[in-house]
Write a new protein. Structure first.
Length: 343
């Protein structure tokens, strides 16, 4: 069992390298880290077995014409964890957290099934008090094709050595056919799936599988993400921020947030709080310093709402579970609170 205390600099270096290029060969990562490819392979297998990391191949919602939403659900305390767990089991949700003392659920939703979720399932779910959903208009930092590389032990030179092998963007996104979609399905489960696994799933030759993989990456359809607990990078305090910025300053605020070391994700959204940011800090004192210095200096920001994350339920794909309390007695407990959310 891998614990946070058992992570060393080599593990963190491997995680950092995979955030830059999720499919970088172990040989290349080993050269950058100064160890053998066998050592890298063993470390990766150990971390993957323990569910300490997972490399995922994900589609960019903007490129594949999927509308992306941020959803805030306020629920009664006894039901919030179970509702979050039900949301996490859906294939069209990601980045689900319990916030604000465990009574608020934050998640990202995308795809064709979002409208029924927002208009029917959530409002009709027992113990849901309020639902607020806002469309993502523009991503400044994080998200598709923008790995979280602000923290980690790799030097700028090491990052550059890994980055130089990334596919060069080459025009518009390719039109997806059945083979492309089957490749994407495999990579969503395992971003480092072998070419043999991809060719078997897509029913194409090895050379065609390699070409399709390259084209999907170069066309911006496919990017790689790493599900990992940010406590590994000694950033245990995660906080969601909603900033209200004047329209004239919206772009400047988002671009400034993208440069902040504390920010893992920043986007412009619809709604009164029109800038969303996910912030990670070492402790609450560091969060206070960040809010009262860098955030306070942002131009045109009229209000800042903060919501501490008390539990991560789901990352990009990995469902950690909401640690549901056991129902008391022979009553209904939580049965049915979230069952209508699962598709």
């Amino acid at each position: 069992m891998v614990t946070l205390d058992s992570f060393d600099d080599l593990d963190r270096g491997l995680l950092h390298a995979l955030q830059i290029d999720g499919r970088a060969p172990f040989r290349r990562i080993g050269e950058v880290l100064g160890v053998s490819d066998q050592t890298v392979a063993r470390r990766y297998a150990r971390l993957r077995r323990s569910r300490s990391l997972r490399v995922l191949g994900l589609s960019d919602p903007a490129v594949v014409n999927q509308v992306q939403w941020t959803v805030r659900v306020r629920a009664t305390p006894e039901a919030a964890a179970e509702i979050a767990d039900a949301l996490a089991r859906r294939s069209d949700t990601s980045w689900i957290s319990l916030c604000s003392g465990g009574t608020e659920i934050f998640c990202t939703a995308f795809g064709d099934g979002v409208d029924p979720l927002l208009l029917e399932a959530l409002p009709r779910t027992r113990h849901v008090l309020d639902v607020r959903a806002h469309q993502v208009l523009h991503v400044f930092d994080g998200g598709a094709g923008k790995p979280f590389t602000k923290h980690g032990p790799l030097t700028a030179s090491q990052v550059a050595r890994l980055s130089e092998h990334l596919p060069v963007p080459s025009g518009p996104a390719p039109r997806l056919d059945g083979a492309d979609r089957r490749i994407l399905e495999v990579l969503r489960e395992d971003g480092r799936a072998t070419v043999e696994e991809l060719m078997a799933a897509a029913r194409v030759s090895a050379s065609t599988a390699r070409r399709r993989l390259h084209d999907l990456r170069a066309g911006g359809v496919l990017h790689f993400d790493v599900d990992v607990d940010l406590r590994v990078f000694e950033l245990p305090v995660r906080t969601m921020l909603w900033l209200t910025a004047r329209a004239a300053d919206l772009d400047a605020v988002g671009r400034a947030l993208a440069t902040h070391a504390e920010v893992a994700f920043a986007a412009a959204t619809t709604g009164p709080g029109n800038v969303l940011a996910s912030v990670s800090t070492r402790d609450t004192a560091a969060l206070y310093r960040y809010l009262t210095t860098e955030v306070a200096a942002l131009p045109g920001v009229g209000a800042v709402e903060t919501a501490p994350v008390v539990r991560n339920v789901k990352a990009a794909v990995t469902h950690y579970g909401a640690r549901l309390p056991r129902a008391r007695g022979g009553g209904q407990g939580g049965v049915g609170r979230g069952q209508g959310l699962v598709t």
